[in-house]
Design a protein around this ligand. Structure first.
Ligand code: AMP
Length: 396
């Protein structure tokens, strides 16, 4: 697979449409609480400006329901872009309207314009060809740098690309980096390759598991999804999260791992609590001794040690999903210990998934990871072996 990349096409002096993912978290006063997604897009924007381009940027933000809503306006994002780039950002009054089109037409080389929230247009999520065509008509070149939304066939992500030929469209630096990291790690990993899969449910990660098992040397399962596997092995799991209907699938995955010689690790102990509550009485128990009516909300200390030991000889680690309910301090220890183990390993470490990225920030291990993906759903689809709709049109 060869991706068309921004530095491989001629963009000098052209008008560029860059789709970014500025869907950043904000507090109740509309203050941006984490601007990582904005900062990750700066390389591409600066590259275009350095090449004397006029730059039109588009993004979505939150989930507005019926057209323009002040609370979902990109105003705070325009301000932050201005602070980071130290240049004027012209915020359009809407996505597509007479003034926006006039602004785009008049935009000069070196200037940056930001369209309003793409999701103010109902055609965005419907991948409306009319909207895609109008957006495409604003520019000479289309750059997709919105990894976090590239698994969606939306008008400003997928539809728009159909209106540019392969020399006038490309992946921005962020998108290209994300795709390359996942491609290399999954298809050409340095071995031993260990994948850690956690999070709430097996159902959300079933396809990822099926794609990973034939590729990895070891697989470590934690979080709520571990209980479906433990149940499949005949353990009494109390009131822990379980997907009964997926017990046969869990058995199938474990059989396949066995057949392929993949080492399959499950928790040997858990932190069991009387209720799903940070104040609930909780204790560490082996998986053989989960009391009836209790629920496992984290891996236990023995599992954290076991998993850390399994990581010791790893040359590549791919981690998606926390080991427990890490949002509550009481059930965050297992995930924290594993985060430290991954961070202190000598392996290439790739973290995918919004929760896992959030977790390694909380544990202070962020700088020790080789790569942290900016997209949760998108990175999961790459692990599932899919070609993302927003990337398909950019393949040479
Ligand atoms: P996912 O979105 O599938 O990656 O799941 C992430 C969520 O799984 C986090 O919000 C965790 O709180 C939750 N989680 C992890 N372990 C457990 C568990 N043992 N029981 C219930 N929820 C869990």
């Amino acid at each position: 697979m060869q991706l068309q990349e921004i530095n491989k096409i001629d963009i000098a002096n052209k008008k560029i449409f860059i789709r970014c993912d500025f869907n950043v978290p904000v507090d109740e006063y509309q203050n941006i609480t984490d601007d990582r997604r904005i900062r990750s897009a700066l390389n591409t924007i600066r590259y275009c400006i350095d090449n004397d381009c006029a730059v039109i940027i588009a993004s979505h933000f939150g989930r507005p329901k019926n057209g323009f809503e002040d609370k979902f306006s990109l105003k705070p994002i325009a301000k932050r872009l201005h602070t980071l780039l130290k240049t004027q950002i012209k915020l359009a009054p809407n996505v597509i309207c007479y003034e926006t089109i006039a602004m785009a037409n008049e935009l000069k080389s070196g200037e940056i314009m930001l369209l309003e929230n793409m999701r103010f247009e109902s055609g965005e999520t419907k991948n409306d060809p009319e909207l895609s065509k109008t957006l495409a008509s604003l520019a000479d070149v289309f750059i997709n740098d919105a990894f976090g939304v590239s698994h969606r066939a939306h008008a400003s992500v997928e539809g728009i690309a159909q209106y540019f030929d392969i020399d006038s469209k490309a992946a921005g630096f962020l998108l290209a980096k994300e795709i390359k990291f996942f491609y290399h790690i999954i298809e050409e990993p340095k071995r031993p390759f260990v994948s850690i899969v956690g999070g709430s449910k097996v159902s959300g990660k079933l396809e990822a598991l099926y794609n990973l098992v034939p590729k990895v040397d070891k697989i470590i399962i934690g979080g709520g999804m571990a209980f479906t596997f433990l149940k499949a092995l005949g353990h009494e799991i109390g009131n822990s999260l379980v997907e009964e209907e997926l017990v046969p699938e869990a058995l199938k995955i474990m059989d396949e791992a066995k057949e392929l010689g993949v080492k399959f690790y499950l928790p040997v102990d858990v932190i069991a609590a009387e209720a799903f509550d940070s104040e609930a009485f909780a204790k560490a128990v082996t998986v053989q001794e989960i009391p009836k009516g209790w629920m496992g909300l984290d891996i236990g200390p023995a599992s954290a040690l076991l998993f850390a030991q399994a990581l010791e000889d790893a040359h590549t680690i791919l981690w998606n999903g926390p080991m427990g309910v890490y949002e509550m301090d009481k059930f965050a220890k297992g995930s924290t210990k594993l985060s430290h183990a991954v961070a202190s390993s000598y392996a290439t470490t790739v973290v995918g998934g919004g929760d896992t990225a959030d977790l390694v920030r909380r544990t202070g291990d962020e700088d020790e990871m080789t790569f942290i993906s900016t997209g949760g759903g998108a990175s999961l689809e790459l692990i599932e072996g899919k070609v993302l709709p927003g990337v398909k049109a950019l393949i040479v």
